[in-house]
Write a protein that binds this ligand. Structure first.
Ligand SMILES: NC(=O)c1ccc[n+]([C@@H]2O[C@H](COP(=O)([O-])OP(=O)(O)OC[C@H]3O[C@@H](n4cnc5c(N)ncnc54)[C@H](OP(=O)(O)O)[C@@H]3O)[C@@H](O)[C@H]2O)c1
Length: 237
């Protein structure tokens, strides 16, 4: 039985991941700002879910994570799944600031906490839910794609760092395309159900993949995004 903290477990991908892990007999430490949704998760899996309700953009996240580790009796995996972004035609300071607060600053604090803990313990697994949007700049949500790029590039660095340490410390950078959650409302193209996305993420984590595209066919789009020359991308982007 693994002890798994999922930051951003109240809805969408994080909630489905929590269900999968708790349903498989693991102990899940679920977080989010919506207390009632955390509570409903506990009702679903009374012996397999502990919770901590907090805003990952506010001061005190480390104390909340320490408290959750104590409730779980340890930690084997930390999944930073909390995230936000909003498309806008104009450059909106409030959107960009809020995006960076949760996708960069919150991410960094949580991942540092996990890294320190796993290093002291001698093993562990860090996971982040980045995005396929991390690959190129994006006209309607420049801060979102830049923030996810930060996560993915950071995780590649951590992956190399962990390998050099020669201890069983793993990292997985999850890059979803479109998943049917509140964040992808109104999108029709290649949208995967959240439970399917969660199953593929769990499998990739089990295989200790350093990066995975969700669903797998988004690998093709990732290739295309990387390959397409800037002069053409800038014209159609
Ligand atoms: N859906 C997609 O198509 C898609 C594609 C690529 C990447 N992603 C990424 O997947 C991750 C999960 O998103 P989702 O699609 O499952 O959407 P979602 O249902 O909106 O889930 C977002 C999760 O993040 C938590 N969260 C957001 N802001 C927070 C804050 N300030 N403090 C603490 N928790 C916060 C939310 O919990 P509370 O609201 O309860 O705080 C919720 O549990 C995100 O990182 C997103 O960027 C999604």
């Amino acid at each position: 039985m693994q002890k798994i903290i999922i930051i951003g477990a109240t809805s969408g991908i994080g909630r489905e991941l929590s269900r999968l892990y708790a349903g498989a007999g693991h102990l899940v430490g679920a977080t989010g700002r919506r207390q009632e949704l955390l509570y409903s998760l506990v009702l679903e899996y009374p012996n397999h879910v502990e919770t901590e309700c907090f805003d990952a953009t506010e001061k005190g996240m480390t104390a909340h994570l320490e408290s959750l580790v104590e409730k779980l009796g340890g930690m084997d995996m930390l999944i930073y799944n909390a995230g936000w972004g909003e498309p806008a035609e104009t450059l909106d300071w409030n959107i960009d600031k809020a995006t960076v607060d949760i996708n960069v600053n919150g991410f960094l604090e949580a991942i540092h906490f996990g890294w320190r803990y796993f290093l002291a313990q001698g093993h562990g697994h860090l996971v982040t839910t980045s995005s396929i949007a991390s690959i190129r700049g994006n006209r309607v949500s420049p801060a979102y794609s830049a923030s996810k790029s930060f996560q993915s590039v950071y995780f590649e660095g951590l992956h190399i760092k962990a390998r050099k340490l020669g201890i069983p410390l793993y990292t997985t950078d999850v890059q979803p395309g479109f998943v049917d959650t509140n964040m992808a409302k109104g999108i029709r193209f290649w949208v995967a159900p959240a439970d399917k996305a969660a199953r593929q993420i769990k499998k990739a984590i089990e295989k200790k993949r350093w990066r995975v595209y969700i669903t797998h066919r988004w690998w093709l789009i990732a290739k295309l995004f990387k390959w397409i020359p800037s002069w053409l991308y800038h014209r159609i982007g």
